[in-house]
Write a protein that binds this ligand. Structure first.
Ligand code: CP
Length: 308
């Protein structure tokens, strides 16, 4: 794809191709750029993992990375996102990775049919396709398939772009998705992807327990009544629930983790946790995402990834 903004852009074949390519990068594969190639990562919301691992991926591919700091940019003078992107395109940037608080901010950019490629690093509560792909890679490395896996997504569903991306992609790939957490955070939008269950049932049945961060910054008035200890006991992965997981089950979390809220702090580094593995995979899947974009742009010879 010239752009990657949503998991709706990805077929099953696309996902498997990107996982295979990411695994080759993990094993040390390199590619050659046809000319000096420039990336800019424009983050209008805070990030540690997505921002850093895109930059790592860009540098590992040999791209040159131009710095962008939203607070120091002309966005503070009222310049629109569209004009910002057209500006960096004019300056010579090939790929823009963008995180933005507005859902589907990318629609107006795509409508402009720009030469610069847009890669979505997360939009509001909408989509987080690179996180979803690194999650798929982590699950595939563990089980070698998605078919008939029981995957429970637990927690702050309403605010989560990770949940929205993963529920759509996992069902497309043949997994059985279910949801747990406060019932008021499970709404009609999710019914097409899976049923509501409890974390206690999930602890017994899940192959993958995918925990979500409670996004306190987006809870609004709900934050007043939010009690961390009570949430942990009712909806969190406690030590008792961890002890009941299937021995083959894995724990995932996109992070940052609220230790002691959605997961007992001592479980983050336990053998069944893949939380840091997800972060490691993030670099290689982002190399694969960028490579596919650069092939479409004629900046990497397709022969370099032929058969993958
Ligand atoms: N998982 C994730 O998107 O983390 P960051 O917000 O740190 O990028």
């Amino acid at each position: 794809q010239h752009d990657l903004v949503s998991v709706s852009d990805l077929s099953e074949a696309d996902v498997l191709h990107k996982i295979r390519l990411a695994q080759l990068f993990q094993a040390g594969k390199t590619v050659r750029l046809q000319r000096p190639t420039f990336a800019m990562n424009l983050f209008f919301e805070n990030s540690t993992r997505t921002h850093t691992s895109f930059e790592m991926a860009e540098r590992k591919l040999g791209m040159q990375v131009l710095q962008f700091v939203a607070d120091g940019s002309s966005v503070t003078k009222g310049e629109t996102l569209g004009d910002t992107i057209k500006t960096i395109q004019a300056i010579g940037v090939d790929v823009a990775v963008i995180r933005h608080p507005e859902n589907e901010y990318y629609q107006s950019l795509l409508a402009d049919d720009l030469d610069i490629s847009i890669v979505n690093g997360g939009d509001g509560s909408g989509q987080h396709p690179s996180q979803s792909l690194l999650d798929m890679m982590t699950i595939y490395q563990e089980f070698g398939t998605f078919k008939d896996l029981n995957i429970t997504i637990v927690g702050d569903l309403n605010h989560s772009r990770v949940a929205r991306s993963n529920m759509a992609l996992l069902t497309r790939l043949g997994a059985h998705v279910s949801f747990a957490g406060p019932e008021q955070w499970y709404n009609a939008e999710f019914e097409q992807y899976g049923n509501y269950t409890t974390i206690d049932e999930a602890a017994e049945n899940a192959d993958v327990m995918m925990l979500l961060r409670v996004q306190k910054e987006r809870l609004g008035t709900e934050l007043r009544d939010f009690d961390e200890a009570s949430y942990h006991q009712k909806f969190g992965l406690t030590k008792e629930r961890y002890a009941r997981l299937k021995p083959t089950a894995i724990i995932m979390h996109p992070a940052p983790v609220n230790r002691g809220i959605e997961i007992d702090s001592s479980l983050v580094e336990k053998p069944q946790s893949r939380i840091f593995k997800q972060m490691e995979n993030g670099v290689f899947i982002r190399m694969a995402i960028l490579t596919d974009v650069l092939v479409v742009k004629g900046l990497i010879n397709p022969a370099e990834i032929k058969g993958e």
